[in-house]
Design a protein around this ligand. Structure first.
Ligand SMILES: Nc1ncnc2c1ncn2[C@@H]1O[C@H](COP(=O)(O)OP(=O)(O)OP(=O)(O)O)[C@@H](O)[C@H]1O
Ligand SMILES: [Mg+2]
Length: 300
């Protein structure tokens, strides 16, 4: 059984497909990074899962049940766009209104629980409008966590956060999955951040899922390369190109792809009279993988 299983899901606006026969599988316990350029259909997919929009066709199963099943609906928490808080009310009051709406027993206890997960226990009395963007995002997550959901759907929760805000958000999301058994679906443009926590990825383009893969698969597909610097970069590149299959001159480094034997490279350069001032083994990250994948699909 998976947390989310989507088959053939479509949603059109004025005869344009925003989500186009999309398939998606999110395993239980995953942090699933949902990636795609602007307008590719991420938010629409998330709204469909949450029941905020009605699909044209297709099947959405959550924990093995149809997504309209009331038993399963209460297990889903979401933060899409914003938390819909009252600016003049305190963090606590906003959470209380939502807890009452959801019919939660012992709302005070539940609010303390979610505030501690998002590390905002000491800010409960702060007015929402006085909160920083990072705090507001965490309040949104606290709202979504009310009632102890098994699945959390977050639309771009790290957009606009500073380095510290992103780090806290990362720690919270890992905590939610590891210690509270929650599955997280998170859309984001900030691939470098997503890469630090995601266990799975789904790449959407023009409403279609073009690839789903686990972080391990991503890691094994990511090309290895050696990057290096010498005084005469052009000359070194020419020499290396005659000895290795894929050599590229980037801004400040030469990259030799699909090779991780640095000694062989240094040896080749030394025999050609080049002094290597810097050399490092590397692996392309999610960002570069994504850009390459997109450029390969450009004409399709
Ligand atoms: N309510 C709506 N009415 C008409 N068109 C819509 C509506 N919502 C979304 N769309 C269109 O559907 C497509 C997908 O939009 P969506 O918001 O799902 O993309 P996204 O991947 O979330 O983009 P972003 O990264 O910018 O948030 C876009 O072309 C968008 O203009
Ligand atoms: Mg969006």
């Amino acid at each position: 059984m998976n947390a989310i299983e989507i088959r053939n899901l479509s949603k059109s606006f004025r005869s344009m497909y925003a989500v186009d026969h999309l398939n998606m599988t999110v395993p239980i316990g995953a942090i699933y990074g949902f990636i795609g350029e602007n307008g590719s259909g991420k938010s629409t997919t998330e709204k469909l899962i949450c029941g905020h929009l009605v699909p044209d066709c297709g099947e959405i199963k959550l924990f093995g049940k149809d997504f309209t099943d009331p038993g399963v609906r209460v297990r889903v928490g979401a933060l899409i766009e914003n938390a819909g808080c009252f600016p003049g009310s305190s963090v606590y009051q906003n959470l209380m209104m939502q807890a009452i709406n959801l019919g939660i027993e012992n709302p005070d206890e539940e609010i303390r629980r979610v505030l501690s997960i998002v590390r905002m226990e000491s800010n409960a009395e702060l007015k929402f409008k006085k909160c920083s963007l990072g705090m507001k995002q965490r309040i949104g997550i606290a709202m979504a966590l009310l009632g102890d959901p098994a699945l959390l759907i977050l639309d771009e929760p790290i957009n606009g956060l500073d380095t510290d805000g992103m780090r806290i958000m990362r720690e919270i999301l890992v905590d939610i999955t590891k210690n509270y058994g929650c599955t997280v679906l998170i859309s984001s443009h900030i691939l470098g951040e997503l890469e630090k926590i995601a266990t799975h990825y789904g790449i959407i383009r023009r409403g279609k899922m073009i690839m789903e893969l686990s972080a391990e698969e991503m890691d094994s597909r990511a090309q290895v390369f050696v990057s290096l610097k010498t005084k005469d970069m052009e000359g070194a590149k020419q020499l290396l190109s005659g000895n290795f299959a894929d050599v590229r001159l980037e801004e400040e480094h030469i990259r030799v792809y699909d090779v991780d034997d640095t000694e062989k490279i240094v040896d080749c350069l030394m025999r050609g009279g080049h002094v290597v001032s810097e050399i490092k083994k590397n692996k392309i990250g999610l960002e570069e993988y994504y850009v390459e994948l997109m450029s390969r699909k450009e004409d399709k």
